[in-house]
Design a protein around this ligand. Structure first.
Ligand SMILES: Cc1cc2nc3c(=O)[nH]c(=O)nc-3n(C[C@H](O)[C@H](O)[C@H](O)COP(=O)(O)OP(=O)(O)OC[C@H]3O[C@@H](n4cnc5c(N)ncnc54)[C@H](O)[C@@H]3O)c2cc1C
Length: 467
């Protein structure tokens, strides 16, 4: 029987990062991935000869070289990746666009401050106070008990429109809970989006994944693709054996799972965890990707990298009642980063909206494809209210499109209900009810590309290397 010191479930960002750490320190480690492609929620695929990224809008947490003590610096150092290799280009600028107000922000926090002062002059002192509280929030408190972020923000901000405008990007990029979020998660997201910022490699997520795979292979890590874990056998409160999808058996001293908490519990034979269903995430999304021959800037749309939009003044972040919730969303234009002399070959516009898992999963195959066509059009129409008028002309030049739904996410990543941000309850210390089973990634509580890599590193350090 194959035996490893550590078995990792999943070759997404967190699993790969954990694997690199362990392989660097000479552990005999194997990553088991059910899909044929690495990357998990952040992957890539080809369709009709064109390469599409899954996931990546932007890497959050961007800071300029030399800024010390930040998440980006930490993951690069711990994974032994240089900034030059990653080749990040900064965003041009982003917007929070509600029907009644518009706030621009960039990787320079002063822009958001000046925008808040311009649009909400009475709130600027409160906003500065909130930012100061977030700046001084101790990292050690990031695993503190639940505290409503809304209640803390209301200590500083009186205008509910500004409150909702601040929550909109932070929830869309990292909340597994409806309407409100834990203050420690709010702090992580505020820092990563507003105080730090957005950047992207020209080649997209492929660049990051190739670097991770290269580091893992060179350090001696083993990777088994197309090889899912179908069962975890237990004895004496420990995982004693992993059963692969083809029925073969593997032993490991320690198991780290990035598959998600309820998804991992369901693998455990005979483990009656009645709460597995309660642990499932409630929020899922659709994303449309439109491809154009020309760049958005050719149509006078070169200023927006990411637009978080919302119709009206009240922002509702909850499981969509309709197939897709057209009232709010995120528009991302990968062309609008500071690439210098370089550029992407084609124009790309991605639009993400909240979506209803049960409706998407209920369609028959033909109906499903027709619904995709229908909603793709409707999503563009809704988002175009927050695009420049030229976007209507631009739309006529669309040469290709694709769309993914909660069903796609579940089919390719096995996340229950296609919930990208996983379970509403997180295991912040990564431990489970089994002594040698730990979770990393989404359900340990660190979301996004940088967050999930940080999680993989932290769980490997804490539960294997330091143990
Ligand atoms: C549309 C979309 C847009 C996003 N945009 C951004 C963005 O712009 N910026 C950002 O920072 N983040 C973004 N994210 C979020 C980010 O992609 C995720 O938070 C992050 O990739 C999660 O990584 P992970 O390792 O925790 O989980 P995953 O990527 O889900 O990795 C888990 C892996 O486990 C595998 N697996 C599951 N079950 C089994 C099993 N039984 N056996 C073997 N393997 C198994 C899965 O196939 C998967 O590869 C986006 C995500 C999506 C989907």
């Amino acid at each position: 029987m194959e035996r490893y010191e550590v078995a990792i479930i999943g070759a997404g960002m967190s699993g790969l990062a954990a694997g690199i750490r362990l392989a660097h320190f000479g552990k005999k480690v194997c990553i088991f991935e059910r899909h044929y492609a690495p990357g998990g929620l952040n992957s890539f695929y080809s369709k009709e000869g064109r390469k599409y990224d899954v996931g990546l809008h932007a890497m959050t947490n961007f800071v300029k070289p030399g800024v010390k003590g930040t998440p980006l610096g930490k993951i690069l150092r711990q994974l032994r990746i240089s900034r030059e290799e990653l080749d990040l280009s900064e965003q041009v600028g982003s917007r929070i666009a509600f029907t009644d107000a518009d706030l621009r922000f960039s990787n320079d926090f002063e822009l958001l401050e000046s925008e808040v002062e311009r649009v909400f002059p009475r709130e600027i002192d409160g906003f500065r106070g909130l930012a100061a509280e977030i700046r001084s929030y101790p990292d050690a408190k990031l695993d503190a008990p639940y505290l409503s972020a809304r209640s803390v923000v209301r200590n500083w901000i009186n205008d509910s429109l500004l409150e909702d405008m601040l929550f909109c990007p932070l929830m869309y990029y990292g909340s597994s809970t409806e309407d409100d979020m834990d203050f420690s998660q709010f702090v992580v997201m505020f820092r990563s989006i507003f105080l730090e910022g957005f950047a992207r490699p020209l080649d997209g997520i492929r660049k990051m994944i190739r670097l991770l795979l290269d580091r893992y292979r060179k350090a001696g890590g083993i990777r088994r693709m197309n090889t899912g874990i179908s069962k975890l056998e237990t004895s004496d409160g420990r995982i004693s054996r992993l059963i692969l999808d083809d029925g073969k058996e593997v032993e490991a001293e320690i198991v780290i799972s990035s598959a998600g908490l309820p998804e991992t519990y369901r693998l455990i034979e005979g483990f009656e965890n009645e709460s597995a269903e309660d642990l499932e995430g409630k929020l899922s999304f659709t994303e449309t990707i439109s491809i154009f021959e020309r760049q958005p800037a050719d149509f006078g749309w070169g200023d927006d990298t990411i637009v978080f939009f919302n119709q009206g003044s009240e922002f509702e972040y909850r499981n969509s009642r309709e197939t897709v919730d057209l009232r709010s969303g995120v528009i991302c234009i990968p062309n609008n980063f500071e690439y210098g002399e370089r550029s992407l070959d084609e124009g790309i516009v991605r639009v993400t909206c909240l979506a209803n898992y049960d409706q998407w999963i209920g369609y028959e195959e033909d109906e499903y494809l027709n619904e995709k066509v229908r909603w793709n059009e409707r999503i563009w129409q809704s988002a175009s209210q927050f695009m420049p008028p030229s976007s209507l002309e631009y739309e006529k030049e669309r040469i290709a499109w694709d769309m993914f739904t909660p069903k796609t996410v579940e089919r390719y990543t096995w996340h229950a209900r296609g919930a990208i941000y996983g379970s509403p309850s997180k295991m912040k210390d990564g431990t489970t009810e089994f002594d040698n089973l730990f979770v990393c990634g989404t359900d340990q509580g660190y979301l996004g590309i940088v967050g999930s890599m940080l999680s993989g590193i932290a769980m490997a350090n804490q539960h294997v290397l330091r143990a």
